[in-house]
Design a protein around this ligand. Structure first.
Ligand code: ASP
Ligand code: MG
Length: 439
């Protein structure tokens, strides 16, 4: 059985939902994971923000406007009034619940219930549409089988056992529809797998049932060799291994959520990135196979800050790095790239919420410098150190770019540069020319 995930834009309009229904209706049994219709989760976040600030008026206007949008979607999606009514009844119930949560004390608990509603609506609408088209589908509530543990990580054993149970309870169907992103936590409260988490759900579900393949459907023809928003003449990469995909996803390739890689990789289930606009295109296949010695792609992550600490005493005395890292840990700030010399350490972060506090704590150990407005450029491929020459090619492509940090050797799969944001386009273009022979 395959697991197919469709993101917010793939189900963003009634017409797109109909396309998805056509696409999946091929007589093969499958599980379909859906996101909320595009824009919905952002609007739900906005509503929750208003409610946290007790701005009831703005919240209720936003709630009404969102419900109104769904009126149009429902009118456009169905052929029959019976299905329109059925869907509208569910949607009205959802919005009534949101309004009732707005009445009393508003905490994180209520916020998470609100954030879950986008996927609940989209999957119900879709399932009713499938029934209207005569397709034998059932809706499997993700809240009945996706659960996180005490560390807020997905509980794979629980998911396996309960997905099986829920499927058995619902009886045989051709298409099982379920919600991405939403789950319950260890306290059985409604929670989520973080923004963009539907990819993660698909991978978890795929691993749980030992799927033949997990497919992530978006509106681009696979993962590109370079950032198509920044440079022209990029092309889809046909094959990646899981580690390469994880580096690219983490370092800025927006098409795949980084958390999605791990469950599929451990269960050895290939993940295919496909395009709803061009369903027959091959897309990108991510698996445990590595294409030897090939540089695959470049990704870029913006808004990066570098922090350097230079010690007056002998810096790399044992225990020093631990002390430095503990400061970041205490402010829940993760470090992306690290470079060390005998007397200083440079680190990059993308979260600068607690930067001032971090810098002031670091000053206990030495002289601290901060560089802002940087970006990380990450070159990914099979860079096992036995393969010679690739470092020279990559560095040569960067010959005219001022480089703040270089990192290689942390994994076999990437070489990463920190450069000024203003040099980003030039760097990506040059890498495109020199590594992929594209002018
Ligand atoms: N709807 C959620 C979000 O917008 C999850 C997802 O789309 O993957 O973040
Ligand atoms: Mg997404």
């Amino acid at each position: 059985m395959k697991v197919l995930k469709f993101g917010g834009t793939s189900v963003g309009y009634a017409s797109r939902m109909k396309d998805v229904a056509r696409l999946i209706n091929d007589g093969q049994e499958k599980i379909v994971v859906l996101s909320a219709m595009s824009g919905t989760t952002n609007t739900l976040v906005e509503i929750a923000d208003y409610l946290h600030k007790r701005n009831i008026h703005a919240a209720s206007e936003t709630i009404n406007a969102l419900q109104q949008k769904y009126r149009t979607h429902v009118d456009e999606l169905y052929d029959t009034d019976a299905c329109r009514e059925q869907a509208w009844e569910i949607i009205t119930g959802v919005f009534d619940q949101i309004r009732s949560l707005a009445k009393d004390m508003f905490t994180l608990y209520e916020e998470k219930i609100i954030l879950a509603q986008g996927e609940i609506i989209s999957t119900n609408m879709f399932n009713i549409y499938l029934h209207e088209q005569g397709i034998n589908s059932v809706l499997l509530p993700a809240l009945d089988f996706v659960r996180t543990d005490k560390d807020a990580e997905p509980d794979m054993d629980y998911i396996k056992e309960n997905l099986r149970r829920v499927m058995a309870e619902h009886g045989k169907a051709d298409i099982y529809v379920t919600q991405g992103y939403i789950c319950r936590n260890i306290y059985n409260e409604i929670d989520n797998l973080q923004r963009g988490g539907s990819d993660y759900t698909a991978s978890l579900v795929g691993a749980a049932i030992g799927a033949e393949e997990v497919q992530i459907w978006t509106d681009i023809d696979g993962l590109h060799n370079n950032d198509p928003r920044v440079v022209e003449h990029t092309f889809p990469v046909r094959r990646l291994n899981f580690d390469e995909a994880a580096e690219l996803a983490y370092f800025g390739a927006k098409i795949l959520h980084p958390t999605c890689v791990q469950p599929a990789k451990s269960a050895n289930i290939p993940v295919r990135l496909l395009n709803t606009m061009e369903p027959d295109a091959p897309g990108t296949l991510i698996s445990n196979d590595t294409e030897r010695g090939k540089i695959k792609a470049v990704a870029v992550k913006d808004d990066i800050t570098a922090i350097k600490i230079k010690s007056s005493r002998m810096l790399l005395a044992y225990g020093f790095l631990r002390k430095i890292f503990e400061i970041f840990e205490s402010y829940h700030t993760s470090i992306d790239v690290v470079c060390t010399s005998e007397v200083s350490v440079s680190m990059s972060v993308d979260n600068t919420k607690n930067l001032d506090e971090i810098v002031s704590d670091l000053k206990k150990y030495g002289n601290v410098e901060v560089d802002t407005n940087l970006c990380t450029v990450c070159v990914v491929g099979d860079m096992n150190y036995d393969n010679v020459g690739f470092e020279a090619r990559i560095v040569d492509a960067m010959r005219n770019i001022p480089v703040r940090m270089i990192s290689y050797g942390g994994s076999r799969y990437n070489m990463t540069f920190l450069i000024k944001a203003e040099d980003k386009v030039r760097a990506l273009q040059s890498l495109n020319e020199k590594l992929f022979n594209i002018a």
